[in-house]
Design a protein around this ligand. Structure first.
Ligand code: BTN
Length: 264
């Protein structure tokens, strides 16, 4: 534990985070971060854990994090007034951080709207952003991200909604997860400066998976329809073109795995 913390510290020091905490095991780093946010954590404080026993994904899904083979991180951000008008962009902020970090290892990742990062078409990471609301004021955002690093955590394709992969699988060699973490955070710091601008939206769209491709889109009411992915809108909605040619702006929903037969 001490050695790990010292190693992480060596990577994190140049980033000047106000504070960070590393745990060998937690329920969910997002929950730990939320507690910390409510007791005064400063903007850009970071929670890391080697493993999670109750990691959470979107839509009440579980997110499994085994020791030694993944990154489980939650960044506590306190959006300023301008940023607070762009909340959906914070999910993309984390995703862009990872896309940029992976480019350092010559890996081309893509963002699957709204919250997944894909490597060679398979899910390598997921982002879960949660808010700490005090009355009707947003006090903090917890930007949680889970990244598959080494092969062990990836369940077989028939046990997941979307096929998964790991950085090491795609890279063909082992990688230091704390080095990746430092690159992610560095890129997040960079992109955060652009969050409210057209440049940010361009970066999101430039790295958007399935652009101009027809996909199966799961609508929140459970329907799956074929639709062409056009682009992300300034407010974070996904512009689709339905089969009948009509445009549709998706606020929620997700893209199905193209190789999957049927749906659900
Ligand atoms: C998803 O793909 O549905 C999002 C997964 C988000 C998982 C991360 S791991 C770190 C943080 N803590 C959690 O409990 N969830 C997020």
């Amino acid at each position: 534990m001490e050695n790990t913390a010292r190693k992480i510290g060596a990577y994190l020091d140049p980033l000047n985070l106000p504070d960070w905490r590393y745990y060998p095991e937690v329920g969910s780093t997002n929950d730990v971060a939320l507690d910390w946010a409510q007791t005064g954590a400063l903007d850009s404080s970071l929670v890391l854990s080697d493993s999670q026993t109750a990691g959470r994904g979107r839509k009440t899904r579980r997110w499994v994090t085994h020791p030694g083979v993944a990154l489980a991180m939650s960044l506590i951000l306190r959006p300023n007034k301008a940023e607070a008008a762009f909340i959906p962009r914070f999910t993309a902020l984390a995703a862009l951080g990872l896309v940029s970090a992976l480019s350092r290892w010559d890996l081309k990742a893509q963002i699957k709207w709204p919250n997944d990062v894909l490597l060679n078409g398979k899910k390598v990471a997921g982002v879960l952003v949660e808010g700490d609301w005090q009355a009707d004021r947003l006090s903090a955002l917890i930007v949680g991200m889970g990244v598959n690093i080494a092969p062990e955590p990836v369940p077989p394709a028939n046990q997941v909604r979307y096929p998964a992969t790991t950085i090491e699988t795609e890279l063909g060699q082992s990688i230091d997860r704390w080095a990746i973490l430092a690159e992610i955070l560095h890129a997040i710091q960079y992109y955060r400066h652009t969050l409210t601008t057209a440049d940010f939206l361009k970066a999101w769209n430039d790295n958007l998976a399935f652009r101009n491709q027809v996909v199966g889109f799961h609508f929140p009411d459970g329907q799956i329809k074929s639709a062409k992915v056009i682009k992300v809108q300034p407010d974070g909605r996904l512009a689709l073109q339905l089969e009948n040619g009509e445009p549709f702006m998706a606020v929620a929903g997700e893209i199905d795995w193209l190789g999957k037969e049927g749906g659900s």
